[in-house]
Design a protein around this ligand. Structure first.
Ligand SMILES: Cc1cc2nc3c(=O)[nH]c(=O)nc-3n(C[C@H](O)[C@H](O)[C@H](O)COP(=O)(O)O)c2cc1C
Length: 338
């Protein structure tokens, strides 16, 4: 695409979870959002909202510390636990977290969204009211019930998500955003049902850190924690399938590393897009580069606002929805030659 002059009245605003955001780029929850200074620099770089680093439901930190070199016995770990391995016990972390939220909220004018990484609807849910008192704008629940418990049925696992939402809602009026994985037997129906619970947004998807094997030392080691651009297709597919079919907004997460990926997610129908790994690679200032690519592309295609093209390639609006389907898959695999 040739370099072109940008129409200065271009409208990049989007709505997500009840907010009017100045553009679709949200800084996703990660170590890049774990201090007031970083949050200020993300705002200065152009982020339209920030999701603060998650607070964990349980005392996973110490357990992780014990295991950080061997990783044995763990089949999946949240990447976020790595950021916490040098930190203090939960009680202190909780106090520190509430202070961080309050100070972040006082320091920036973009929406500040808290985040809790949870695996149950027990005990911790009262924290939602403490979080609300800090003045933050919303709460993202990074709920992941790993379907690796041999004694729990799929239905029991799924019920837990609804219980978490129900319990948290008892303690706060903050807009809730649910961040999920794709480990569901009937993902489409699950996302629709979750969207009908009164939550304001769903983030598709969290990214799991998977184990790797050191074949020289015969041990289990952490694999690379950051995503790559090749990780985009899963969330792109599901944003595309679900947009226009849910009762809340959708944010895309995982594999968005540049302006092209951002544009793709918007074409799929995302209301907003979260960045994490690419901010680790390039720093917060990269947000303005990604926004620049979006503006160039919009100018080239003569789109004046995000709404002019959002969802154009979603399953429900695309001219060729079959491109999402098995038939396309079969066609492409038959033709594929080395
Ligand atoms: C080092 C690291 C720490 C993260 N910490 C959190 C976290 O605390 N809470 C959370 O919800 N997601 C966390 N994530 C996941 C990101 O928010 C994001 O969903 C995921 O990395 C996929 O997006 P990306 O491809 O832009 O990295 C973390 C990711 C990384 C790489």
């Amino acid at each position: 695409m040739p370099e072109i002059k940008i129409n200065k009245f271009m409208d990049l605003t989007t709505s997500f979870a009840g907010f009017k955001l100045k553009n679709p780029i949200i800084a996703g929850s990660s170590g890049m959002t774990d201090s007031v200074e970083k949050i200020i620099s993300l705002e200065n770089a152009g982020a339209s909202a920030v999701i603060v680093k998650s607070l964990f439901e349980e005392e996973i930190i110490y357990e992780m510390e014990e295991q950080k070199h061997s990783m044995s016995g763990r089949f999946f770990v949240y990447p976020e636990t790595f950021d916490y391995m040098e930190e203090e016990p939960e009680e202190d972390s909780v106090r520190k977290y509430l202070r961080l939220l309050k100070e972040a909220k006082e320091s920036v004018s973009i929406p500040v969204i808290a985040s809790i990484n949870c695996v149950s609807s027990q005990k911790w849910t009262y924290f939602a009211s403490e979080i609300e008192k800090t003045g933050v704008d919303a709460l993202e629940l990074n709920a992941f019930i790993l379907p690796s418990d041999f004694h729990r049925t799929g239905a029991e696992n799924e019920k837990l998500y609804f219980e978490i939402i129900q319990e948290v809602k008892k303690h706060t009026n903050l807009p809730l955003i649910l961040k999920i994985s794709f480990y569901f037997s009937n993902l489409a129906q699950m996302i629709v049902k979750l969207s009908e619970t009164g939550i304001k947004g769903i983030t598709l998807f969290n990214r799991f850190y998977s184990p790797d094997f050191d074949i020289d030392n015969l041990s289990i080691i952490p694999s690379y924690v950051l995503s790559t651009p090749e990780d985009l297709p899963i969330s792109l597919r599901w944003i595309g399938i679900m947009s226009g079919r849910v009762k809340c907004d959708l944010a895309a997460s995982t594999g968005v590393h540049d302006g092209k990926a951002l544009i793709k997610q918007l074409l799929a129908g995302a209301n907003a897009v979260q960045l994490a790994s690419t901010l680790y690679h390039h720093g917060p200032e990269y947000i303005s580069v990604v926004l620049g690519e979006l503006k160039q592309w919009m100018e080239y295609h003569e789109f004046n606002s995000i709404d002019d093209f959002r969802g154009k390639l979603s399953f429900s609006k695309a001219h060729d929805p079959a491109a999402y389907e098995r038939v396309q898959f079969m066609k492409n695999f038959r033709k594929f030659r080395r």
